[in-house]
Design a protein around this ligand. Structure first.
Ligand code: SAH
Length: 541
């Protein structure tokens, strides 16, 4: 165990998911903020446990060529960003590598490299800001939380936000101070103004301002509205009522004080209506590239029915609609579903339907109702897919699943589960939507193994091998099992069980880049296949 407050020399060898450096000292893993791989440092141990410790750099012995001077003056304190101390090249390298490592470690892949789409700029890209409000020496101010705390760090100009956003923040703060609006105090659950929320359409330039209140009313709203009108693009002012204790920013009730209560923006050639609660990617340029990458990977045609689970306001769903026969979006937030339906209408899209509900439950219900999904797109929040969604995906057995993820670890966990259910990972691409911040998006293509395999397989086995006198063809075995058990079995499974029973190993089921072995026939299908073998006189009890 390392000793607290003692100084050690160490080399930074890797990064954590939050972008901190990792060093190994005397067999112990030390987490070091603001460090870059390859750097040799002297660090002070600030916290020491048995197998890990937290350290702080006290001296840089060998500086990484990727180290840069921080452009943001509050970067060291503010918990909003993670990477102002390194260049963008190193940031994107580490992000792509994190996705690669997750897929290798948690999903049994063996990827040597993984591509990443870098952003063209790290500045002013974020079209949504949520400033917590606090008070210092009797004056209200707004900023961002210090890392790991709820202390608000003041920042006049946040470099990743558009200047209009900071202008709105300052205007609201001046108004708050003039009319003695009390900033909310979390510890005492007192005060009125909790957050200032600003969303700006990257293309439209329209601005939605939402004040999150521990209450319902603000004094002199007309004065605030008149002042906000001076900010170019200001379109609407909304109050979000959040009187609950806790960390959720927005409440459930919204009161529109000015304008329509939503803004519009253009994405992938379509117009979208955006309410305060609707999810909308914060980096417009990179979101478009992410969606294009996802849609390209679906390989959809006009004959296909496509399911878009976790669809938000229908961005991906509607962007796919033109190329598909029918698109169905599922989303849990009612307001987002309303937006999605409205978005379909305003873009003249008629082959899109939206359902409100939990993705997994809704998908199971759709499957029960006989909906056949040729392709499924999933874009869940950080926690990834739930058990129902995995189950629904297994039942749909879509030709392709395109998984858009904001958390490589839960993505890799889900990829492993989907591989057990007959899919192979065909493609992975990281996309950087959050320059200077540790988050990274990924698009994964999963193809159904038995479809992919069967084409090769049936040619290999049935055409080349022909039919031995006492053997049934794969098709006969499949038909028998489908009729008797209602189960679909793949050629791969049949070949596996043949192998188990000691049949001649002419059926080479290891085609397909040597990945086929990973797919193991489930016991119920094994029993059905064995029964078919008995039925066709291929084996005896
Ligand atoms: N694909 C959309 C939204 C992705 S964000 C886009 O790119 O714009 C994830 C979405 O999943 C959010 O809109 C969130 O409200 C929704 N969501 C979260 N949990 C869900 C659940 N259990 N079922 C369905 N949707 C859910």
């Amino acid at each position: 165990m390392l000793i607290k407050n003692q100084i050690y020399e160490a080399e930074i060898v890797d990064y954590t998911t939050e972008g901190q450096g990792i060093a190994k000292v005397e067999g112990c893993t030390v987490f070091v903020p603001n460090a870059i791989v390859g750097e040799k440092v002297r660090l002070r141990i600030e916290k020491a446990a048995k197998t890990w410790a937290a350290g702080k750099i006290v001296e840089l012995l060998e500086r990484s060529p990727h180290r840069v001077n921080r452009e943001c003056p509050v970067a060291k304190l503010c918990g909003g960003c993670d990477f102002w101390h390194m260049d963008y090249e190193e940031e994107t390298r580490l992000k792509a590598d994190r996705v690669r490592q997750c897929l290798n470690r948690l999903a049994g892949e063996n990827l040597q490299t993984l591509p990443i789409l870098s952003a063209p700029t790290c500045l002013a890209y974020r079209n949504k800001a949520q400033y917590p409000v606090s008070v210092k020496k009797g004056k209200a101010y707004a900023g961002f939380f210090k890392a790991g705390t709820h202390d608000v760090i003041e920042n006049e100009r946040c470099l990743i936000l558009p200047p209009e956003s900071d202008a709105v923040k300052q205007l609201v703060i001046d108004y708050v101070n003039q009319f003695h609006v009390m900033p909310y105090n979390e510890k005492e659950h007192k005060g009125l103004l909790r957050h200032i929320y600003v969303r700006r359409g990257a293309v439209s330039g329209q601005i939605l301002v939402c004040l999150v209140l521990n209450g319902r009313r603000i004094p002199k709203p007309e004065v605030l509205i008149e002042r906000l009108k001076k900010v170019q693009g200001f379109t609407t002012l909304v109050i979000s009522v959040n009187t609950k204790v806790g960390n959720s920013i927005l409440g459930d009730e919204f009161i529109t004080l000015y304008g329509p209560g939503y803004i519009e923006d253009t994405l992938c050639g379509l117009t979208f209506r955006l309410s305060p609660r609707s999810f909308y990617q914060v980096n417009h340029h990179q979101a478009q590239r992410l969606y294009e990458a996802a849609i390209t990977r679906t390989g959809i045609t006009k004959d296909d029915t496509v399911l878009d689970l976790y669809c938000g306001v229908g961005t991906i769903t509607l962007a796919m609609a033109k190329a598909a026969g029918r698109v169905i979006g599922v989303e849990v937030i009612e307001q987002a579903v309303e937006d999605a339906r409205d978005n379909a209408k305003r873009n003249g899209i008629e082959n899109a339907e939206f359902f409100c509900g939990d993705a997994g439950q809704a998908a199971l219900e759709l499957e029960k109702q006989g909906v056949k999904a040729d392709v499924v797109v999933v874009d869940p929040p950080r926690k990834g897919l739930n058990a129902d969604t995995i189950e629904a995906l297994a039942r749909f057995a879509a030709r392709r699943i395109v998984y858009v993820s904001c958390d490589p670890a839960t993505l890799a966990r889900d990829v492993a589960l989907l591989k057990e259910r007959g899919y192979v990972l065909s493609d992975a691409l990281a996309v950087d939507l959050f320059p200077r911040c540790a988050h990274v998006e990924t698009v994964i293509l999963l193809s159904r193994k038995d479809v992919y395999e069967r084409i090769k397989f049936d040619v290999n086995v049935e055409d080349l091998q022909g039919r031995a006198s006492s053997t049934a063809t794969y098709s006969e075995i499949k038909a028998y099992i489908l009729e008797k058990y209602g189960l679909k079995v793949s050629s791969l499974y049949i070949a596996q069980i043949k192998d188990k029973c000691g049949f001649e190993k002419r059926d080479n089921y290891n085609i397909g880049e040597g990945k086929s072995k990973e797919l193991i026939c489930p016991p119920e299908k094994e029993q059905a296949i064995m029964d078919a073998f008995r039925h066709f006189g291929m084996i005896r009890d």
